[in-house]
Design a protein around this ligand. Sequence first.
Ligand SMILES: [Zn+2]
Length: 301
Amino acid sequence: MGFKSAAEAQAFLSGIKFLQARHYHSERLGPIDFIVIHDMESGEKATSAEEWLARTHTQERESSVNYGVDSDSECCAVLPSQTAWHASGVNSRSVGVEHPGRASQTRAQWLDAFGVAMLDRSAKLVGALCLVHGVAARQATVDDVVAAYTGRPFQRGLISHLTASQAAEAMDKPHHGHYDPGPNFPWDYYLPRVQAWASPTVPPQPEVSTMARRVNDPTKPKGASGERPFQLLSDDGRHLVGIHGSKLTGQSGGSDVQTVKLPRRCVEVVEWLDEASDGKLKSHGVIAYSASHDTYEYTWS
Ligand SMILES: [Zn+2]
C-alpha cells in the first residue's frame, strides 16, 4: 500500500474518470486545506460513483462535490484546480469526497463487505490528495477551519461535513446543517489507511541543487597538461559537490570560475575526465547522488 511519490499519486489522480459537474467554480478560490468527507444519503451499489457522476453533470440543484467513490471505482466531477459547491462556508479551502451510504448507518453497516471495499478505495484517493496537496492525514477540528479563515495558525486535515457546518456556523456564514457522514463513520478504520497512502514509499530526494560552479584552485600546482585541479561547488558556494584530482587532461578554458548545470544535488564526484577537442572542453563524470550513481556529461563552452 502506498505511492512511491507525489508524482505517482498525481498520475493516479489524473487517471480518474472525469465528467464536469454542471455547477462549480472554474478556478480555485483558495488553498486546499481540508478534505471534506461526505455521504450520498443513498443505497450502496458498485455503480454508485458512476451514477453520482452522471447526476452531478445534469442536476438542477446548485451543488457539486469533487470526487465520488464506491466499492470498485472512483470518479471526478470537479477538479482540485476548480472549486466545488459541497460544504457551504468552507468550499474555497476544501475539496469534497462523496461516499455511498447514510449518516444514520451503524458502525457495522459502514464496515460491511461493501463498506470496507469502498473505504479502502476512498483511502487511496484521499491519501493521493493528501500527498499531492500537502494535507495531513488527520482529522482537523472546527477551530482549525475557523483559524484558516481568520488568519490564525492551524493544521490542515480531513473533516466531516458536520465539522464544516459547525465551522460555518461559528463564522456566521450560511450553511445547510448537513452532518454527514454521521457519528458512526469508522474514522479509526479509515484514517490509518489514508495515512498509509499519504506517505510516499520512497523518501523524497534531498533538496535539489541544479547549478554548480567549477572553480580552479590557484594554490594547486598545474598538472602535466598545464591545467590546475578544480573544485565543484554548489550554486550557493557552500556545498562542495566534488573535487577533481588527477584526471584533468584537457584545457579548462579561459575563466577560473565556470558554471555547470547538474541534474540533482550530488554527494560526491566519483570520477571526472575532461577532454579537449575543437577548442571545447568536454567533461565526463560519474557522480554519486544520495541514492544512486549517474553518468554525467557536460561540454564547457
Ligand atoms: Zn455532505
